[in-house]
Structure formats: C-alpha cells, structure tokens
Ligand binder design. Structure first.
Ligand code: NAD
Length: 282
C-alpha cells in the first residue's frame, strides 16, 4: 500500500525557513506585505482568505484583508487595485476568486501589477512560465512541484497525466512539469475513456472538483497520485480520488485534507516574500 505524502509537515518546515528569511528582511527595513481582497461573503472563500491571513501573520508578513460587499462595482475594484499597485508598502496583491458575476475576473487579474501578482495568474506571468522564464508560479501547481521534489519523485521522462485543464490548476501544473521534462497529458470533461489515460500515468494529478472521480481501478500499480480536489460531501472535505482503493495500488498518494492544501498557502507566502525581495532589489 502507498506511502502517504502529507503536505502539512513540509509546509511547516518551509514556513519556518520563511520566518527566518522575513526577520532577516526586517533587519534591512523591508517588511513584505500581502493584501488580500475578497468580494462578498462566500463561506468557502472566506475560510480560504482567513487561512491565508493567519499563515501570513505566522511567518511575520504584514497582511491586510480588504472585505468588500457583494455589490461592489468593477470600477471600484479596479481603482482599489490601482492604489495597491502604486503603494510602495504593498508587495503582494491577491483578489480571491471567484469574483461576483458582474465583475470580469480576467479584467481584474490583468489589472494587478505583474510584479505584485503573487497568485501568478496575470497573462504576463503565465506567459513567462510558458516560455520557461523566472516568474511567479501559481501557488497550487508550484506547491505540487515542491511536494514531488521533496518526496524525491523524479519527473524527467515520466508520464504525468493531469485530469483538469483550468487556468488556475490543470494548465499551469502541466506547464510546470513539462518544464521539468515530464511527458504531459491533459484530460478534461470532454476526454473520451478517461480510465484509458489515467491507467497510463506514472504520476496522476487529479484537479477536477468531482468527488471519487478516480478510484483504485482507474490507476496502475505504482502510480504516484496527487489529489488536488476539495469537495464537501455530507459536511466533510474529500478529494477527487477514492483514497482507500487508490492507496492499495499507488506508490505514493496525497490525502485530502492535509495534502496539497497546506502547500498552496505556503507557496503564496513564498511568492510574497519573493515579490518584496525583487521590488527592493534583493
Ligand atoms: P475547475 O472547475 O475550474 O476545473 C475543473 C477541470 O476538471 C476542468 O478542466 C474540467 O474539464 C475537468 N473535469 C471536470 N469534470 C471532469 C470529468 N468528469 N472528467 C474529466 N475531467 C473533468 O476547477 P479548478 O479551479 O481547476 O479546481 C479543481 C479542484 O481543485 C476543485 O475541487 C478545487 O476546489 C480544487 N482546488 C484545490 C486547491 C488546493 O489548494 N488544494 C487549490 C485550487 C483548487
């Protein structure tokens, strides 16, 4: 049965290192600051931003949460982002997605100064990643990459099959792993015979938001399984993979919760510290 890769202890180790880095920056009078903007009161989004804020404060980052009512106009939000872009004390800007329907998420993403785009969603940063240049990587894909590396799972020449092609997770994780010389296949909701593909994977990354989409029968012996899904079923958090059956076949597997989730926030902290260092020429 598979070895379980927990994100939490790794996240804690990295955050400890970050805490030291942040104090060293404080000595140089650099105070990395993250501003998180949330529009509306969606409970899941609210709990994500609270988690991001708590984690930021724990590593010593300055953090500010701006809570806006659900009927906030797009122009108001654009003006706010413009002010944050100009504010020398702000290094990272994150607008929690999804935004209400009357606001264009793409317009908002593109309005953030790419140097402060700690989510890594700005087309400039996405393009830099695509062309293999140094940039901010989106936090969940980046967290997955770091987890695989820390577990000493080699990527070169491996067949990575990804279920999901969103701009937030599926596409960028494929791009990052392609940059690591993996052979990447993307599956999605229109893919025919999903099992045929998942069975071919050396490393299977499932980011579909569908509980139990993948089970032990869908994977081959020895596959590394990374479950990105976060679903609430009967009040409990569960991933996209049926953990118990997949664990019998996989070589490594991540649980939900305590798997990829803690790494996502950790990479956000990392990106914020990087943003501050770059802006201050460190
Ligand atoms: P999304 O809804 O934007 O994209 C889902 C993708 O899965 C789509 O590309 C779609 O084509 C594919 N898909 C859906 N049903 C499918 C099916 N039956 N067969 C094959 N492909 C299918 O979601 P997202 O933003 O990419 O997030 C995916 C999941 O990851 C969600 O559960 C989300 O909550 C979770 N998530 C977790 C973290 C974390 O930190 N752990 C971060 C971001 C997202």
């Amino acid at each position: 049965s598979a070895e379980v890769i927990y994100g939490k202890p790794l996240a804690e180790e990295l955050r400890q290192e970050m805490k030291e880095e942040v104090s060293a920056l404080h000595e140089k009078k650099i105070h990395p600051k993250l501003v998180v903007v949330i529009i509306g009161e969606d409970p899941a989004s609210m709990s994500y931003v609270k988690g991001k804020q708590r984690a930021s404060e724990k590593v010593g980052l300055d953090s500010e949460l701006i809570e806006l009512p659900v009927d906030t106009s797009e122009q108001y939000l654009l003006d706010l982002i413009d002010r944050l872009n100009q504010d020398d004390e702000v290094h990272g800007i994150l607008v929690q997605l999804p935004v209400p329907e009357h606001i264009s998420d793409q317009k908002i993403i593109e309005s953030i100064d790419p140097r402060k785009d700690v989510d890594g969603f700005h087309p400039m940063n996405a393009g830099r990643m695509l062309t293999g240049q140094d940039t901010f990587y989106p936090c969940t894909p980046y967290g997955i990459l770091v987890m695989l590396k820390r577990a000493s799972i080699s990527l070169e020449g491996k067949h990575v099959v990804i279920v999901g092609r969103s701009n937030l997770v599926g596409k960028p994780v494929g791009q990052l792993l392609l940059n690591e010389n993996a052979t990447v296949t993307h599956c999605h909701s229109r893919t025919k015979d999903l099992r045929h593909h998942t069975k071919q994977a050396d490393i299977l990354i499932v980011a579909a938001g569908r509980p139990s989409l993948v089970s032990g029968e869908d994977i081959s012996e020895g596959t590394v399984v990374i479950d990105v899904g976060v679903n609430r079923v009967d009040g409990k958090l569960t991933g996209d993979v049926d953990f118990d059956s997949a664990k019998e076949v996989a070589s490594y597997i991540t649980p939900v919760p305590k798997g990829v989730g803690p790494m996502t926030i950790t990479m956000l902290l990392h990106n914020t510290i990087e943003a501050a260092k770059r802006i201050h020429g460190q």
